[in-house]
Design a protein around this ligand. Structure first.
Ligand code: URA
Length: 234
């Protein structure tokens, strides 16, 4: 088995990230430093990452987390901030499936199944990600049309979005925004382009998996139906 696939299947990170980890010299096979493109016999070879033995999990874990604002989606935050892994109790090493910004809240999936994580984040499958967006003030029909057609940022058109008006009062407007790409800060950048700043950004759905009523900071196991809903594209 290719080393990057093995590490990914062990839940270390996505396959691309595993290549970066291998090139940084942190992975050894039977005591020898591993190279990009190395293969292993997963039944016989001893693979270590940062000195710790890496093995295929006996059992996969799939969780939904309601990430609160003020948590970073990383294991070690370089700025020393709280991370989503401070919220999760697990005997196995989990990875986050994609990311949310530090100030974004809502649904994030966690697993030790690297193949599952790759499937969900792979751009070719275009899984929908739905966000509830709260902005200050009102929004014009013409501005909604710009968001729907794809805003132009520095001369480049961003992908189209599904945008639904949810409600508004004197101060705030609430919208549902659905995108299928995962560009960095995509939703915030879309609203920056029309001169609106986001007060609250919350992801409520990925593909067919809804956040539902999970309390902030808590996790819930995914059902078999939710897990398999992503595999329908294969
Ligand atoms: N878009 C953003 O701008 N931020 C997120 O966290 C997710 C999508």
């Amino acid at each position: 088995m290719r080393l990057n696939k093995f590490l990914c299947s062990c839940g270390v990170a996505s396959r691309r990230k595993c290549d970066e980890i291998i090139s940084s010299g942190r992975v050894f096979i039977n005591g020898q430093i591993a190279q990009i493109g190395s293969s292993i016999n997963e039944k016989k070879d001893i693979v270590t990452l940062d000195g710790n033995k890496i093995s295929l999990p006996n059992e996969f874990v799939y969780l939904k987390l309601n990430k609160p604002k003020g948590y970073a989606c990383t294991r070690n935050d370089e700025k020393g901030r709280k991370t989503i892994f401070d919220l999760v109790q697990s005997d196995v090493r989990l990875i986050n499936v994609g990311r949310l910004d530090y100030d974004t809240e809502g649904l994030i999936l966690l697993t030790n199944d690297g193949d599952f994580a790759n499937l969900v984040i792979h751009p070719k499958f275009h899984f929908e990600k739905e966000y509830y967006v709260t902005i200050e003030g009102q929004i014009k029909e013409s501005e909604l049309a710009v968001l729907r057609n794809g805003v132009v940022e520095n001369g480049v058109r961003m992908p189209k979005a599904k945008v639904k008006f949810l409600s508004s009062d004197d101060k705030f407007t609430k919208l549902s925004v659905t995108i299928t790409e995962g560009q960095n800060h995509q939703v915030r950048r879309m609203f920056d382009c029309i001169g609106k700043s986001i007060k609250l950004l919350k992801r409520v759905r990925i593909g067919q998996v809804h956040l539902g009523g999970i309390p902030r900071g808590k996790t819930k196991p995914m059902t078999a139906e939710e897990i398999n809903s992503f595999r329908e594209v294969l």
